[in-house]
Design a protein around this ligand. Structure first.
Ligand SMILES: [Zn+2]
Ligand SMILES: [Zn+2]
Length: 430
């Protein structure tokens, strides 16, 4: 099968590509990039005014299957991923049962082969049942298809266990993704500690509860040489710690979520909207500014959604008892296009680095390139498409979103995986 993408702006900073080109894809592989190209037979897709990028990747998704299919499943979660412009995602292990052994990894891979709309890379647990005590059989899980390990949602409280895990993961080598939270400082805190928590009368938790855990893991990373990836950075102290670590040459990478880049605790100050209840919590204006600075200066490598789907009854309840998190797969790209790219804070090249290349590199997965001979995993963007974030029109099973009612401009219009359309003109292909 031949496909001609005609006249789009093709951007891939890795191969120094940015210009209006035609792209010919044959049998899933990019065959030619040039001007005035034609194909004798096949499909021609007019990409005038569109931006063609290497397929985007979300390294922090909660797919919820097995066990919590009422919130989301592999089919609905990957449908949401494609809708949001992603050609691949990595899914977190806090399912039921926990993805802490090769049979659960195997199940996810098999289920994804049957029902997923995009590529799925499972992340295994670091400790059995995410209890923070006994290490899992990482080698078995890697053989079954796991790409990294994380106790996301809980974090590992015991430094000795984390050290053992790093010594072990280093041998393969595999990346450990750390959910940084020192429980002794978090307590029952469910919002950022400060004037807003006092005003709302909600228990607060300080930003340093994240930094102290991250600082510990950075030192362990230096000691062991294991690749460490710090998930969802929220506090400016953590940005400083990461900047110092990188100066010291420690092999640490980090991600930030769109909600921490765009929202603060002030958004909570007039409302107890549980859609804004996150872990880690939305923090101060100063924290948000430091996250943006860290993203721009390379301290923070990746943008990741932390897509956290929940059922309505888990969010529509008292703030302290509501579930943490927001969905993100369907809004991340549009949020970045509207609030960063369109405002000139960073360009498409940086978007590719933060949402396609760096997350794959952090997991040790090959990056996607737009050059002759590469597999055609592509995200095509319509930069002018405007819409209002609506929870009724979405592919995810979940309705919880921190961005309901936001007006956004720019979205993925088409997604290609191995040369096949998985989304065409904004509609997920069945
Ligand atoms: Zn987490
Ligand atoms: Zn998470």
């Amino acid at each position: 099968m031949a496909l001609l993408l005609k006249g789009g702006r093709v951007i891939d900073p890795k191969v120094d590509l940015d210009g209006i080109y035609d792209v010919v894809i044959r049998d899933g592989v990019i065959q030619e990039i040039g001007s005035d190209l034609s194909i004798p037979k096949g499909v021609t897709c007019d990409c005038t005014g569109r931006i063609i990028l290497p397929g985007l990747f979300d390294m922090h998704t909660h797919l919820r299957e097995p066990g919590y299919e009422y919130k989301e499943d592999i089919e609905s979660g990957t449908r949401a991923a494609v809708k949001g412009g992603f050609t691949g995602i990595a899914c977190m292990p806090n399912t039921h049962p926990v993805a802490d052994n090769s049979s659960v990894i195997d199940f996810i891979k098999k289920k994804a082969a049957q029902s997923a709309h995009c590529r799925v890379y499972p992340i295994g647990a670091i400790t059995k049942n995410l209890e923070g005590e006994d290490l899992t059989e990482m080698a078995d899980m890697l053989s079954a298809g796991a790409v990294a390990f994380s106790d996301d949602g809980k974090g590992i409280q015991n430094a000795g266990v984390m050290r053992q895990a790093m010594d072990y993961a280093k041998m393969f080598p595999a990346t450990l993704i750390a959910h940084e939270e020192d429980k002794s400082l978090v307590g029952s805190g469910c919002v950022n500690e400060g004037p807003i928590s006092t005003k709302l009368g909600l228990p607060g938790q300080p930003g340093i509860s994240e930094t102290i855990a991250a600082q510990r893991d950075i030192e362990l990373c230096d000691l062991t040489g294991c690749r460490l990836h710090v998930a969802h950075v929220s506090s400016y102290h953590t940005v400083d710690a990461l900047r110092d670590a990188k100066k010291r040459g420690i092999p640490v990478t980090a991600e930030v979520t769109p909600h921490h880049l765009l929202l603060t605790e002030d958004d909570l100050s007039t409302t107890y909207d549980t859609n804004l209840k996150m872990n880690p919590p939305l923090r101060s204006k100063e924290d948000r500014a430091a996250l943006i600075e860290g993203l721009l200066d390379g301290t923070i490598d990746c943008i990741a959604s932390d897509h956290a789907p929940h059922a309505p009854h888990e969010k529509e309840r008292e703030f302290e008892r509501a579930a943490y998190g927001t969905t993100g797969l369907e809004t991340s790209l549009s949020l970045m296009l509207t609030h960063f790219v369109a405002k000139g804070i960073f360009g498409y090249g940086t978007l590719v680095e933060k949402m396609s290349d760096a997350p794959r590199r952090a997991l040790g997965i090959d990056t996607v390139t737009i050059e002759k001979g590469s597999c055609a995993d592509l995200t095509i963007i319509d930069p002018n498409y405007s819409f209002i974030v609506d929870t009724d029109e979405r592919e995810s099973k979940a309705r919880n979103s921190a961005f309901v009612g936001w007006e956004l401009t720019g979205r993925a219009s088409d997604v290609l995986i191995a040369g096949y359309f998985k989304m065409r003109d904004g509609e997920v292909v069945e």
